[in-house]
Design a binder for this molecule. Structure first.
Ligand SMILES: *Cc1c(COP(=O)(O)O)cnc(C)c1O
Length: 378
């Protein structure tokens, strides 16, 4: 069976984890955590980076950090993972779902302003499949109304927004805050894992306190205060050094991982162009304001029936392909809380998007076989 995903180990994970075990310091915020955080801060000119145990945790930290109160409204796409919404629901927020675009599942930046009310606290753009949302437009709307932007960059590591003047900005460096995931299904992994990026300097100090269970422990260890204690609300968001050690092995090999994933993505794109055109199937289109980090390769089928035929055919040929989100506005938990607006594009992606296997160890032979079986599936 060719799986949909196979977590890739670069080779140094075990040796770095052994170093942590030998050091006798297993808890968080040690050397490997600091190495990972500095790497991301320097390479992508991110604000303060804090490793977390998941992207879900990073989003929950973001919600605490911008002080979401019951009744606040948060605008986000409906076609996303539950954590994007849950993080804010936990603080009593009401979610205002935006529809996706015709061309890709990202929220339509031109239709955000109409969703803003006096209760709007933040916009949470999700860079689906790693492709950038139209960040200049989103930041302009946010600035006009004085609201926060939190990038759900779970899938968007090492990808860029390309501004009108050609200037490239790393995704995760644009919003006031950004959340990344290192879950085993993402490009760079640590099993479970994530990171909060704090680009707004005013939020930096409090972020570190929330991260450290509401204490000023980090400032204490830097010698900035002479004792530490409970100074704010917080929780246990920081990962063990064992996780950071695993992540460091991945980070060191990021360029190699990205280049292999890009080769696979391109092979799919080129190998499936004719089939897609002949069967009214869409392929991922890179927006002019985005680069590609080869997080996901998907097909957009013309109907649910067509998608089911493709998935079933591939299953009989030992290839695992999977659909993705059930749009949150029609999920059992939120259906009766949603304001009732139709979100036809989100529904379309729910019913027609299917993702193909994409992982480092997928061989050229595997890819040829998958392409050939897709071409025989209809
Ligand atoms: C994977 C993912 C998450 C959750 O990441 P975890 O690290 O598993 O918590 C959140 N949002 C999006 C868009 C994701 O793809």
């Amino acid at each position: 069976m060719i799986p949909f995903n196979k977590p890739y180990q670069t080779g140094n994970e075990t040796s770095y984890i052994s170093q942590v075990m030998a050091s006798g310091k297993l808890a968080g915020n040690g050397n490997f955590t600091k190495k990972c955080q500095s790497f991301f801060e320097q390479r992508y000119r991110f604000g303060k980076c804090l490793l977390t145990t998941s992207c879900t945790d990073a989003l929950e930290m973001a919600a605490i950090l911008i002080d979401v109160q019951p009744g606040d409204e948060i605008i986000m796409p409906s076609y996303t993972f539950v954590s994007t919404a849950n993080a804010f629901v936990l603080r009593g927020a009401r979610i205002v779902f935006a529809d996706s675009m015709q061309g890709n599942p990202n929220m339509d930046a031109d239709r955000i302003e109409e969703l803003i009310t006096p209760a709007t606290k933040a916009i949470v753009p999700v860079h689906y499949a790693g492709f950038a949302c139209d960040m200049d437009k989103i930041m302009q709307v946010a600035e006009k109304y004085g609201i926060f932007v939190i990038e759900d960059a779970a899938q968007a590591i090492d990808n860029y927004y390309v501004a009108k003047d050609g200037n490239r900005k790393p995704l995760g460096s644009i919003g006031h805050l950004a959340a990344f995931s290192f879950h085993e299904t993402k490009n760079i992994i640590s099993g479970e894992g994530g990171m909060l990026v704090v680009n707004d300097k005013l939020l930096e100090k409090r972020a570190e306190i929330i991260w450290e269970k509401g204490t000023n422990r980090s400032a204490f260890f830097r010698g900035e205060v002479d004792k530490y204690g409970w100074v704010d609300m917080g929780s246990s968001f920081l990962p063990s050094e064992i996780i950071a050690a695993f992540l460091w092995a991945q980070v060191e090999n990021m360029d190699d991982i990205q280049s292999r994933r890009m080769k696979i993505w391109t092979a799919y794109y080129e190998g499936l162009c004719d089939f897609a055109a002949a069967n009214n199937i869409g392929l991922p289109a890179t927006p002019e304001y985005s680069t590609n980090n080869a997080h996901t390769f998907y097909l957009l089928c013309e109907s649910l029936e067509q998608r089911t035929r493709i998935i079933n055919h591939l299953k009989t040929k030992d290839i695992s392909s999977v659909f993705h989100y059930i749009s949150l506005h029609s999920s059992p938990y939120y259906l009766d809380k949603h304001d009732g607006r139709a979100l036809p594009q989100a529904d379309r992606y729910t019913n027609t998007l299917v993702r193909l296997p994409l992982f480092y160890e997928l061989t050229d032979e595997n890819i040829k076989y998958i392409i050939s079986e897709i071409c025989h599936s209809l």
